[in-house]
Ligand binder design. Structure first.
Ligand SMILES: [Zn+2]
Length: 363
């Protein structure tokens, strides 16, 4: 494996070792900022959310390309981040999603320099916060607020996405639903409403919905909690609900249905309230857009039959505002969002090569 690719993998491991749960990316941001400085990027800054920016200046006068990778992980601060190398793989929580993506920002700088590539415009490298969990893409929202339409395009790096091109953004709406009753004793107050029972009925209603496969539309109650003890009629219960669709209209329909079910769960002595805890608008860039075609070609040259797919990523933000945006991967791997997460090391070379060629020809 070539020296530079080894360095990208080593750097990914260094990044992976720094805890960065969503909303707590500070330490990792500091590290990336240091890397931007040693790469001699210009106009380096960290915004108030913790997004790190650095510019690679070009003699080319076209609008800049924004290349971003999210720093945050789904793993709580106390997670053991120990990793290991074994049989062409590197294991470690967050190694693929998205430490190798962040490392690729730096790797791109190395490769552009090594191959003496001049681009058609400046490249802004951005390591952003808040892509995962309840981050609600607020990091990327600030990035797109900053650059807006005044860009050539947005390129979002997702470590494990090699072989795929995301050009459509799945719309997402998330709620925290809370049921409240006056509660009581399980025996002496039997018959009084229970928040757990009422919320369970709502879950059954949601799980019974017949959602379209085309356009793909999904529902998940990902978390549920409530009650105080086995012999107490629960006075409070909560659930977190995630609704998604590739299509704006289908998402709106699902949202209406879910909100109606939630509304109808209210009855005498039972209050059910929903709070919106996340919103990612849908959007897309045509499959025939030159940048999609270019990405396909770059992947094909690395031996991948590129699959065009939709997803819920940082690219939702620019896509939903009508700006050109695409997601590309760095390598393959698996078990994302679990402590067994791993990357395959061999494809990193193809992934990086794909990215360099894409950036070189992007304008
Ligand atoms: Zn990710």
């Amino acid at each position: 494996m070539n020296e530079l690719i080894k360095r990208v993998i080593d750097l990914a491991i260094d990044i992976q070792q720094i805890p960065a749960p969503t909303f707590e990316e500070g330490k990792r941001a500091e590290f990336v900022c240091g890397m931007f400085i040693s790469e001699r990027l210009t106009d380096i800054s960290v915004d108030e959310l913790g997004n790190v920016f650095g510019r690679l200046k070009s003699k080319g006068r076209r609008k800049p390309l924004i290349v971003s990778a999210h720093m945050d992980t789904v793993f709580p601060r106390e997670t053991n981040l120990d990793g290991r190398r074994a049989g062409g793989k590197v294991y470690g929580p967050g190694i693929g999603d998205n430490s190798i993506g962040v490392a690729a920002l730096i790797g791109l700088n190395w490769m552009l320099r090594e191959q003496n590539i001049h681009t058609g415009g400046d490249i802004w490298f951005v390591a952003n916060v808040c892509e995962e969990g309840l981050g609600d893409l607020r990091g990327m929202k600030a990035v797109v607020d900053r650059f807006g339409a005044d860009v050539h395009a947005y390129l979002v790096l997702e470590g494990l996405a090699l072989g795929h091109i995301y050009h459509r953004a799945v719309g997402v709406k998330r709620y925290r639903v809370t049921a409240r009753t006056s509660g009581g004793h399980s025996w002496s107050d039997y018959g009084k409403p229970s928040a757990v029972h009422e919320l369970s009925k709502l879950v059954v209603g949601l799980a019974s919905l017949d959602l379209p496969k085309e356009p793909r539309t999904t529902m998940n109650v990902g978390k549920i909690s409530g009650g105080t003890s086995v012999n107490v009629i629960a006075s409070e219960a909560k659930l977190d609900l995630d609704l998604r669709s590739e299509d704006e209209e289908s998402l709106r329909e699902l949202v209406d249905t879910a909100e109606t079910l939630i509304q109808n769960a209210n009855k005498p002595n039972v209050s059910v309230e929903a709070e919106v805890i996340g919103q990612r608008p849908p959007g897309e860039m045509s499959a025939s857009h030159p940048l999609v075609m270019l990405a396909k070609d770059c992947l094909r040259k690395q031996g991948f039959d590129a699959g065009l797919i939709s997803g819920s990523t940082d690219a939702n933000v620019p896509l939903s505002r009508g700006y050109p945006a695409i997601v590309l991967g760095v390598t393959t791997g698996g078990s994302a969002h679990t402590t067994n997460e791993y990357i395959n090391t061999a494809p990193v070379k193809q992934g990086m090569e794909q990215l360099v060629r894409f950036v070189e020809r992007a304008w």
